[in-house]
Design a protein around this ligand. Structure first.
Ligand code: SF4
Length: 384
């Protein structure tokens, strides 16, 4: 299976914790706008994206598409329509099974949803993060809890039958009871999929700067774990299967595009900062809209970075990616994917992590244990 990812680098304004590459649009606060000569408009970006689409490898026939960002639904109706039209003209979409578009409350309209559905989008993802006013304000989100509910209902009423909602926990100042209410509110809406992430203090974000200056204190591990467990049990009780560290789905509604990432599969990413894994190589586009456009206009590569991993490093990477799935990976499947036996590759580490109760290596399968789930990053860093 192959995937196509398209990065739309615009948001109404930047959330305080966000590390994704996106530029605030004119509707955002003046303080966040970049100098106008550095901020190409959306049509210029779409023209460059059209050229990148035309340069996709011949015979590239994606089975999953993910339009993310940024906030794709922040594009105007005309730009959204033009982008989807270009995509249809330049890519063979006959094999597409799942086509997701990300959105944020406050940027969805009936017309935009209709345009997306008509183009073939069959899965929507909406960044709710919380329904709680204080939490939303702390995170710098542009919407209220009610606007998130309205956005979800609008999606449903126009015809969206497969929706993911994102939540964030581990937010400083947000009591655990609020997290409990957030997950209950999400379940009440009854989306097909939920993604629940612990807030990360990424380098360089305004939130991290506030922490470094002592204005914000990170939530302690015990509280984060308690909140994670509350989310897990509420969603399990609500009929959602926990299938990846942060992802939960109703039966048969797992995200195929993300499963492709977690299975070590190949995909091509377009747009500034988009990553690709193609023909055994990993590469990423420049993280700057102006440079991305200029490079395309002057027929230069958009790549900022590229690497071809040695087979052993590639096998280790595949191991940690597949361990993100709760069912882990069978020894035979791993051998087939990579040519390696995971015990030969890192047997000592596997034995040690198993003794520590973080990995389960029984029945010719390797997977994270309950304890390992919450400290997965530490487990993975031992294995790569
Ligand atoms: S809406 Fe999403 S992509 Fe945009 S700034 Fe907020 S978190 Fe980042």
């Amino acid at each position: 299976m192959y995937g196509l990812y398209i990065h739309i680098p615009f948001c109404v304004r930047k959330c305080l914790y966000c590390d994704f590459y996106s530029l605030p649009t004119a509707k955002g606060p003046v303080s966040q706008r970049v100098a106008s000569e550095d901020q190409p408009d959306q049509p210029e970006f779409l023209a460059a994206l059209g050229k990148e689409l035309s340069a996709l490898p011949e015979n590239f026939r994606p089975e999953t598409i993910f339009i993310g960002g940024g906030t794709p639904t922040e594009l105007s109706r005309a730009d959204l329509r033009a982008m989807l039209q270009t995509l249809r003209e330049r890519v063979d979409l006959s094999g597409v099974i799942e086509w997701t578009c990300e959105s944020n409350p406050g940027t969805l309209t009936e017309e935009k949803i209709e345009i997306l559905l008509r183009a073939g989008v069959n899965r929507f993802s909406m960044g709710v993060q919380s329904f709680d006013p204080a939490t939303l304000e702390f995170l710098g989100r542009i919407h209220s809890g009610d606007e998130a509910r309205d956005g979800f209902r609008l999606l449903r009423s126009v015809g969206a039958t497969n929706i993911n909602l994102d939540l964030i926990y581990g937010v400083p100042g947000t009591p655990t009871e609020v997290v409990q209410r957030d997950v209950e509110s999400l379940i009440e809406l009854n989306p097909e999929h939920a993604a629940c992430y612990c807030l990360i203090f990424e380098d360089g974000t305004p939130l991290t700067k506030l922490r470094n200056k002592g204005f914000v204190r990170e939530v302690d591990d015990d509280t984060e774990l308690a909140q994670y467990n509350i989310i897990r049990s509420a969603l399990n009780a609500g009929g959602y299967k926990h299938y990846e560290i942060s992802n939960f789905a109703k039966s048969g509604r797992e995200c195929l595009h993300n499963l492709l990432y977690w299975g070590g599969g190949e995909y091509i990413g377009l747009g500034p900062s988009a990553h690709s894994h193609w023909n055994g190589e990993r590469f990423a586009n420049v993280r700057h809209l102006g440079q991305y456009i200029k490079r395309i206009e002057t027929n230069r590569t958009t790549r900022a970075f590229g690497e071809r991993l040695e087979p052993e490093a590639k096998a280790r990477e595949t191991l940690v990616m597949t361990l993100r799935r709760l069912d882990g990976i069978a020894a035979a499947e791993f051998k087939q994917l990579t040519g390696f036996d995971y015990h030969t590759l890192c047997g000592d580490k596997i034995n040690w992590l198993t003794k520590e109760g973080l990995l389960d290596a029984s029945n010719d399968r390797l997977r994270l244990t309950e304890c390992g789930l919450f400290v997965s990053d530490a487990v993975f860093s031992e294995l790569v």
